[in-house]
Design a protein around this ligand. Structure first.
Ligand code: SAM
Length: 219
């Protein structure tokens, strides 16, 4: 029989779906299903387990964060994913967003610059049975050229501008969702579509706050 503690987390997950996602306009059924399936509590530290489904980001190791559930869902929806897509995520962090993406698409490639986080996320994802996510330690501002082109790229840290290597690694027809801002911690969420070899269309989606994207084509 389930413990009352697990029942509480299930209840909090239901509230997240109903109030924070559906209530704010997330409509993509594949995204809602993935957010329902992935146990967010397995991606946050034990000391803050009870806050796993709160409507806010949470601290993870090395001064980084796991994003607010609504933002994870919003960015995932903005990628306009198809089940056959291959996705590149920059900023593995806890591995949570990669896990959500992996429930929707064929393969997720995820790059994290901090070795401790990359290793921990790789182990966690393996333990939890996510077999279609590959985590790489490195500077994600340079993308991951070996597996390009990608149908979708999502950057989960704030960049000063859209990194050129990511534009180059986007498939024609592909979507890139990235926080871009002149300051270190406040950004506009931007979606870039590659419409042809040399033609990209960009649109601003909303204001966001992310930790900085640090690297050769970042801060
Ligand atoms: N997607 C993560 C999750 O679900 O837990 C949250 C990511 S956290 C908001 C941003 C992450 O981007 C941090 O783990 C940070 O170390 C990473 N990061 C910053 N600059 C990077 C870079 N150039 N390449 C790869 N990762 C980077």
């Amino acid at each position: 029989m389930k413990s009352s503690y697990l029942n509480t987390l299930d209840h909090q997950r239901d509230i997240m779906i109903r109030d924070h996602l559906l209530g704010r306009g997330i409509r993509d059924q594949a995204v809602l299903k993935a957010m329902r399936e992935v146990p967010r509590e397995d991606f946050v530290g034990e000391r803050i387990l009870e806050r796993a489904y709160g409507d806010h980001p949470l601290p993870i190791a090395e001064g980084q964060t796991i994003s607010q559930p609504y933002i994870v869902a919003y960015m995932t929806e903005a990628l306009e994913l198809d089940a056959a897509d291959r996705v590149l995520e920059i900023g593995t962090g806890s591995g949570y967003a990669a896990a959500v993406l992996s429930r929707i698409v064929t393969t997720v490639y995820s790059v994290e610059r901090l070795s401790g986080l990359a290793q921990a996320a790789r182990q966690r994802l393996e333990l939890l049975g996510y077999t279609n996510i590959v985590v790489h330690e490195g500077d994600g501002t340079l993308g991951w050229p070996e597996h390009a082109p990608y149908d979708a790229i999502v950057v989960t840290a704030g960049a000063p501008k859209v990194p050129q290597p990511l534009l180059e690694q986007l498939a024609i027809g592909g979507r890139l969702v990235i926080p871009v801002g002149r300051s270190y911690d406040v950004q506009d969420l931007v979606r870039v579509r590659r419409v042809s070899e040399h033609d990209y269309r960009s649109e601003q989606l909303c204001g966001v706050r992310f930790v900085p994207l640090i690297g050769a084509a970042g801060w």
